[in-house]
Every structure is written in structure tokens, then in C-alpha cells.
Design a protein around this ligand. Structure first.
Ligand code: SF4
Ligand code: SF4
Length: 356
């Protein structure tokens, strides 16, 4: 059953989640981008903003309405909460007799409620959970896309734009028939939360307006990718000249892996204080684009941009299936937008396929 919420109902939703003990995180504007941070009220959402995206291009621009969720996705993904950029794994003090005393156990993090999760991001979260054996499930408020970004291709990857499962609540923002939200529960807890906030049953007209918003996003994809036999296509073309072409452009900066919601490479570092009396072990994000990442005895296994880009793309779109039974790409487009030279994974696939 769907219900109609007004903007005040979304404020009530945020308050209800905080009352239940969740730390509520959602989209907000900071540093010229839409990022994820703690949220208390809808005033902190990107009200009236949208994002203009293309290869190597991202700008916030004003909308001509007061949409709360009128953008695609920004540089942050929910990965920063599932797999934080840096975590301390262990900390100990060295005693005068040379013994090591562990100083504290890692404490469990807050229970999160994620607000504004897109369908492609739900798929990315499920993929990362499978890779990392994630356990603590957040409360998820999905927001159905009403418009696609310039680098989105979730339709090609079968991951969107409409979220069908994996959420506690899903809301669609309607802007072409007044301004309201159509919400539905996807779990028992989602139904309990919905019952706590002011709403009215949605009528046929309101459901039809929500369906129009979903269809509009599906028609607006900025990019597409032909994924037919993509696993075999890429693995049969490991010596294709296109890898040299992309290596001419790739800076091996690793931006694509930092913004990707499913990339999970990490490294472990041990650090001490200046006296050497306290030692800490940290896990932090790394990237298959760094020369150190594949360093083994004697040197790096992937010592060229060609080999690193090829490793990244064939892992995402081919060997990820062998390892985890799914694609490593959900078509969010972040790697295209945030690549400083605009390298486009959809174009690279098209170029390799063109020769077959
Ligand atoms: S590879 Fe690119 S488009 Fe695919 S999920 Fe990662 S960032 Fe998104
Ligand atoms: S593809 Fe783009 S973002 Fe990724 S490492 Fe190369 S230059 Fe950086």
C-alpha cells in the first residue's frame, strides 16, 4: 500500500528515525557537491539543487523548483559507512619489560539509517556486503530516481532506476502535480515507522504520478552499455590495442576506485608514536591503480597504466562474476564523472566490442 507524505512528513520521518536510536545520514551540499552526512531536518537536504554530470565534469546547478532529491549521485557512496576510508583495527602499548598490552577493543559503530539511497546504490551495498561479509544492516530509506544523471547507465546493468527490494521504506518525489512524496514500506520496521508519521493513503492519481517519475528516469539515461557476453568478450581481448589507447589517457590517479561504490581494495598499515611506545594498526582504502597495490617480492605485478586499467575494468565487468557471482559495476556513472580526463567505461566496452 502506498501513502502520500508532505514535506513535513519527511521531517517527521527523520525525527522518528533519530528517536529510534539511528544516526540518520543522507544527502547534503558541501564543497560544491552533494555528499552524505548526518541529517536532522529536510532543510539540510540539497533543496532546489541538481547536478550536471558528464565525463570529467560535475557542477551543481539551481533547479526551478524546491525538490529535495532532484539530483543523481555525488562523489560519496554508502561505501564510506560500510567500509570506512580508514579504521583503526588494533592499538597497543609497549611495556618497559617489552610486553605488549592491548589498549582497547574496537567499539561497535552507530546504527545508521541511510536516507536517499538510489536503486543502483542498493545493488552496490548488497555487492559490497557479499564481498566483505557485512553484518550490521542499516535502516534504508530508498528514494526512487525521478531524473537520471548524464553519466548514469543503471538500466543497462539491470540495477535501476526503480528500487524493487532491499529497502525499509521507498519514497518517490512528485514534482509535476504539486510537490509531495509517495511512500511504501519494504519491511515490518519500515511499516512501523510509516505508521508513526502523518500520511494519507495515496490515490490512483498520486500512484500514477510516481510511476511517471520512474519512467522518466529510465528514459533519460545519460549512458548505456551493451553487456551481452561481456565476461567472455573482455577476457578474449586481453591484448586488444584499446588497452594501449586508454593507457595513453589514464593518469592512474585512482579516483575511479575511490568514488566507485563497490571497489573494496584496502591496505593495512602499522604506525607508532614518536617514542615507539604505542603502536596502531589501520586499514585504509587503497586502489588497484597504485603501483604498490600489486607489489610482491621483486616488484609490482602491474607496473603499467595499461595493466592497471585492464585489471580494474576486467575485474568489474568479467572476473567479478567468477569471484562473487555478480557484476562489480552497477552503472552509477561515478567513475566517468570523477575521472579527471573523462575516461568512460561504457566507451571502452563499446570500442572493444566494435572489433568483434
Ligand atoms: S565501475 Fe563506475 S559506473 Fe560501475 S559501479 Fe563503479 S563507479 Fe559506478
Ligand atoms: S581511469 Fe581516470 S580516474 Fe581512473 S585512474 Fe585513470 S585517470 Fe584516474
Amino acid at each position: 500500500m502506498t501513502v502520500r507524505l508532505e514535506r513535513s512528513g519527511v521531517d517527521e520521518l527523520l525525527a522518528a528515525l533519530w528517536r529510534r536510536g539511528y544516526t540518520v545520514v543522507g544527502p547534503t551540499v558541501a564543497g560544491g557537491a552533494i555528499v552524505y552526512d548526518e541529517l536532522r531536518t529536510t532543510a539540510e537536504l540539497p533543496v532546489g539543487w541538481t547536478d550536471e554530470q558528464d565525463g570529467g565534469h560535475y557542477r551543481l546547478v539551481r533547479r526551478d523548483d524546491e525538490a529535495l532529491f532532484g539530483y543523481a549521485v555525488g562523489p560519496h557512496s554508502w561505501k564510506r559507512y560500510q567500509l570506512p576510508p580508514q579504521v583503526r583495527l588494533w592499538r597497543a602499548r609497549l611495556g618497559e619489560d617489552g610486553s605488549l598490552t592491548e589498549l582497547e577493543e574496537p567499539t561497535p559503530g552507530p546504527r545508521h539509517a541511510f536516507v536517499g539511497v538510489r536503486s543502483c546504490e542498493l545493488h552496490a551495498m548488497a555487492i559490497l556486503d557479499r564481498v566483505r561479509n557485512g553484518e550490521a544492516r542499516p535502516f534504508v530509506v530508498a528514494v526512487q530516481c525521478g531524473q537520471a544523471g548524464g553519466t548514469c547507465f543503471c538500466v543497462s546493468m539491470g540495477t535501476g532506476p526503480t528500487a524493487e527490494s532491499g529497502y525499509d521504506l521507498a519514497i518517490t518525489e512528485v514534482l509535476d502535480d504539486g510537490h509531495y512524496f509517495v511512500a511504501e514500506a519494504g519491511s515490518d520496521e519500515g511499516a512501523e515507522v510509516l505508521a508513526e508519521i502523518p500520511s494519507a493513503p495515496a490515490g490512483d492519481g498520486e500512484d500514477a504520478a510516481a510511476a511517471r517519475a520512474h519512467a522518466r528516469a529510465a528514459e533519460q539515461m545519460g549512458r548505456s552499455m551493451d553487456t551481452t557476453d561481456i565476461h567472455d568478450l573482455l577476457l578474449a581481448n586481453l591484448e586488444h590495442p584499446r588497452w594501449d589507447d586508454v593507457a595513453e589517457r589514464c593518469l592512474t590517479c585512482g579516483n575511479c576506485t575511490m568514488v566507485c561504490p563497490t571497489c573494496f581494495c584496502t591496505t593495512v598499515e602499522d604506525v607508532t608514536d614518536l617514542t615507539g611506545a604505542t603502536v596502531e594498526r589501520h586499514e585504509r582504502w587503497d586502489s588497484c591503480f597504485t603501483i604498490d597495490y600489486s607489489h610482491m617480492h621483486g616488484g609490482s605485478v602491474r607496473n603499467s597504466a595499461r595493466s592497471r586499467y585492464r585489471q580494474w575494468m576486467t575485474h568489474k565487468l568479467a572476473t567479478w562474476f567468477d569471484q562473487f557471482g555478480t557484476s562489480g559495476c552497477v552503472g552509477c556513472g561515478r567513475c566517468i564523472t570523477w575521472c579527471p580526463v573523462g575516461i568512460d567505461i561504457t566507451e571502452e566496452v563499446t570500442a572493444i566490442r566494435a572489433d568483434q
